[in-house]
Design a protein around this ligand. Structure first.
Ligand code: NI
Length: 170
């Protein structure tokens, strides 16, 4: 396993539409494991392959709280097949948008079909934090960041600060 560098907005690779995996092979499983290790080290509760510069439709999540046993989810080619009529607003952050947070409104519940690490078809009905997290990570596969769901004014302010922070850090 390896910890991979996480890209920070406005990196153009974060805006790319990722390609389907179609077949979960050893290289995809290694990517999933490396992404989980990277996510736990950050620390974060979700990570999408484009955030480590890989334009494939792979995401990993673990919403277990600190002190609880780990519950990693390894997901390839996720597809949202149902969303609830009810919306939920949650304060979101992102490892690619460090130190910035914003309230985002999304469907409160979703059903997602995907391939697991063994290539088996799975479907989950997600609620609460998991529903938000899944939608956030699936967005990454289409080049969409949580700041794309807020006002352009606020988004541009955050992006300017990230560019400035990078210059200071360089
Ligand atoms: Ni994110």
């Amino acid at each position: 396993m390896a910890i991979l560098p996480i890209l920070v907005a406005p990196d153009p690779l974060l805006k790319v539409k990722a390609k389907p995996v179609e077949r979960v092979d050893e290289s995809v499983r290694t990517l999933m494991d490396d992404m989980l290790e990277t996510m736990y080290a950050a620390p974060g509760i979700g990570l999408a392959a484009p955030q480590v510069g890989v334009a494939r439709r792979v995401i990993v999540l673990d919403i277990a709280r600190e002190g609880e046993p780990k519950r990693p989810l390894r997901i390839a080619d996720p597809e949202i097949v149902w969303v609830s009529d009810d919306d939920a607003e949650r304060n979101e952050g992102c490892l690619s948008v460090p130190e910035h947070y914003a309230d985002v409104v999304r469907p409160a519940e979703v059903k997602v079909r995907y391939l697991d690490e063994n290539g088996a078809r799975q479907e989950i009905h997600a609620t609460d934090l998991l529903a938000t997290c899944l939608q956030h990570e699936i967005d990454h596969l289409d080049g969409v960041l949580f700041i794309d769901h807020i006002s352009a004014l606020r988004r541009n302010m955050i992006l300017r600060k990230l560019v400035k922070a990078r210059r200071v850090g360089a």
